[in-house]
Write a protein that binds this ligand. Structure first.
Ligand code: TMP
Length: 238
């Protein structure tokens, strides 16, 4: 399908209008960025790994009954997605404490809480995507309580499915971010891909990080880690 005008131009993902108005095309670039674009680099082959991972997980989650905007991979680094009305909320599901939660609450990374934690963020780059709660989201008109229930339910199901999958590969799914969109008929679907840019993955034995924290923390070997994560995931999908 032909790419038309750019709808969203982010450093690691570009979204294009497609010929057919029902779809958009997501192009994964080789770029990586953190801290709101302050730190950036190019990782050779990254776009291809991201598209391959989006394809494998998109297809796998579909077989498990998860509705998402992902339709199919259309080139080495592009995927076709259903066009959705984006809901400006993100749910971060946390199985192990890390990242912003560890920093905000002064907890050491690696703690396994007794329950799964769901953080709700308002997607507003100008406000640096603040943490909010359900009542804020409803009061601000971003979603109704029933729609939030649906989003948490999708996050919970995705977490269950992917935690088991990655566990089989010897990898802990530490946390992941999920965005949501509304289809023209009002159904809410997962509207972001789960990749090492949007989720944390730790080797269960060594604790080695296989995700974007390697770049945040100047740990190097980012391309190698992303490739290794993809290969290990693929080996348990076959
Ligand atoms: P956090 O611990 O920094 O809040 O991140 C939680 C998860 O969200 C982590 O898996 C990475 C993902 N994430 C994004 O996808 N985009 C972002 O801009 C940030 C800060 C985190």
């Amino acid at each position: 399908m032909k790419r038309n005008e750019i709808l969203k131009d982010r450093i690691s993902v570009r979204e294009y209008a497609a010929d057919n108005q029902k779809f958009v095309i997501e192009e994964f670039t080789d770029s990586i960025s953190v801290f709101n674009g302050i730190k950036m680099a190019d990782i050779e082959g990254k776009g291809e790994i991201m598209a391959a991972m989006a394809e494998e997980l998109g297809c796998y989650l579909r077989t498990k009954g998860i509705e998402a905007r992902f339709v199919e991979r259309i080139s080495s680094n592009e995927i076709l997605c259903l066009k959705t009305e984006i809901i400006p909320l993100e749910i971060v599901t946390r199985n192990i404490v890390a990242g912003s939660m560890a920093g905000r609450l002064g907890i050491e990374e690696g703690l396994r809480p007794g329950n799964t934690i769901y953080d709700l963020f308002y997607c507003s780059p100008e406000l640096e995507n603040p943490l909010i709660n359900d009542h804020h989201a409803v009061a601000l008109g971003f979603a109704g309580y029933d729609e939030l229930d649906e989003m948490y339910s999708v996050a919970r199901k995705v977490n269950g499915i992917l935690s088991v999958l990655f566990d089989r590969a010897g990898i802990a799914l530490v946390d992941f971010r999920l965005c949501f969109g509304k289809l023209p008929d009002g159904r809410i679907v997962a509207a972001s891909e789960i990749t090492p840019d949007t989720a944390r993955f730790w080797d269960k034995e060594t604790g080695e990080r296989l995700d974007k924290d390697r770049f945040r923390m100047d740990m190097g070997k980012i391309g190698d880690s992303y490739r290794s994560l993809y290969q290990r995931m693929k080996s348990v999908l076959q």
